[in-house]
Design a protein around this ligand. Structure first.
Ligand code: HEC
Ligand SMILES: [Cu+2]
Length: 364
């Protein structure tokens, strides 16, 4: 019978050779990510794109270096400590535990790294969030299956490209007319979802002329893959002004009504109050009580929404009429109390809205 001999615990010279090779490879990877000409392949269209690239380079460099060490040692150890032909079949590998020095360092080094990564990302996040907002305000609205854009002083919607003047700070408000879409311009390194009933804001300053694709990043329906055909055009102020004037004229008589799921006013005749009552319990009672206005849950109490003399106007300041309540149910509303979701978010058909209004109208 072969005698069991414990393998020596020390690290051989091979280990230090491998360590030297892995260190050299890691340094090469770090140098590669530091000098790689990212902007040659993906232009940086706004100031903060460079900050995001910096974060990306930092993560790619440290991730590559770490991966080279982990994968390199894994390979080396599996060769150095492999089972030999002379080992007995029940031989077990070298057992190491309670090595306090090792445990200390493999806790401290990753912890320090995560702290460093947080500091770098929070600083960059601040720069991205604290862009100035004294420039132009634009709205982008996701639709199945395109984006539309609204500008102050242009009626209605711009539906082909989104133009912006170079070097002017932009506040971009995002929302959706139907389902959740994602607004992503790779050249900006910024991305945000467009959510029905919610307005989210991104701020940035364009710095580079060009035509950059806008891509939807949420699977929003059967033609989602078509939502990469529109462009963000950044250009000099005079070119932008000419484009702006063209749309002002083109849209001179366009409607400013916000698009809504289904569009148009809901026909209220034919609403069934008892169907509305059942639906209310199912879809509204999480946020609304059937009680006076002041009895707030998430939204106000709705018992007197149509017939309370002390509640002449709805939260959107329109008179409390069945048609205006239907408008809120269809389009949603965000006010001081929070957000009332729109018909798409609440999953309401036009008949559902008519039934709910009939129910609310029946409350005295
Ligand atoms: C996620 C919570 C939420 C849900 C679900 C919800 N609401 Fe609301 N609703 C609100 C909030 C919040 C407001 C007030 C918005 C504001 O003014 O800030 C509101 C406002 C309203 C108003 C205007 C009230 C007034 O006095 O002007 C009506 C009407 C209304 N909701 C009806 C409904 C109905 C009907 C449903 C069910 C289909 C529903 N809501 C579902 C949160 C909700
Ligand atoms: Cu989409």
């Amino acid at each position: 019978m072969v005698e069991h001999k414990a393998q020596p615990a020390g690290l051989s010279g091979g280990f230090w050779t491998v360590t030297a090779i892995l260190t050299a490879l890691s340094i090469a990877a770090i140098v590669f990510w530091s000098i790689f000409p990212l902007e040659k392949y993906l232009p940086a269209a706004i100031i903060t794109a460079r900050q995001v690239d910096l974060l990306f380079r930092f993560m790619a460099a440290s991730g590559s270096a770490l991966w080279i060490f982990v994968a390199g040692y894994l390979l080396y150890f599996s060769i150095a400590f492999r089972a030999r032909a002379t080992d007995p079949p029940d031989a077990i590998g070298l057992q190491v535990h309670d090595n306090h020095k090792l445990e200390f360092w493999w806790t401290v080094i990753p912890a320090l790294f995560v702290v460093l990564l947080s500091i770098v990302s929070v600083r960059i996040w601040y720069q991205v969030m604290l862009e100035p907002e004294n420039g132009i305000v634009v709205q982008a609205i996701g639709h199945q299956f395109y984006f539309s854009f609204r500008y102050p002083q242009i009626n209605g919607e711009v539906t082909d490209e989104m133009h912006l003047p170079r070097d002017v700070p932009v506040t971009l408000n995002l929302t959706s007319a139907d389902v959740i879409h994602g607004f992503w311009v790779p050249a900006m390194r910024l991305k945000n979802d467009t959510v029905p009933g919610l307005v989210t804001t991104i701020k940035f300053t364009p710095i580079r002329d060009g035509r950059y694709p806008i891509i939807c990043t949420q699977f929003c329906g059967v033609l989602h893959s078509e939502m990469d055909k529109q462009y963000l055009v950044i250009e000099e102020k005079p070119a932008f002004d000419a484009w702006f004037k063209k749309w002002q004229e083109k849209n001179a008589h366009a409607s400013n009504a916000l698009p809504s799921a289904g569009g148009g006013a809901v026909a209220l005749q034919g609403g069934n109050a008892s169907a509305g009552k059942a639906l209310f319990a199912q879809k509204c009672s999480a946020c609304h009580k059937v009680a006076p206005f002041s009895q707030t849950l998430v939204g106000p109490g709705l018992a007197g929404v149509l017939h309370d003399p002390s509640h002449p106007n709805l939260v959107n300041n329109q008179p409390a009429t069945p048609q205006n309540v239907a408008g809120i149910l269809q389009n949603g509303f965000t006010g001081s109390m929070g957000t009332m979701p729109n018909a798409t978010a609440n999953g309401l058909s036009r008949q559902d809205i008519a039934n709910l209004v009939a129910f609310l109208d029946s409350l005295k």
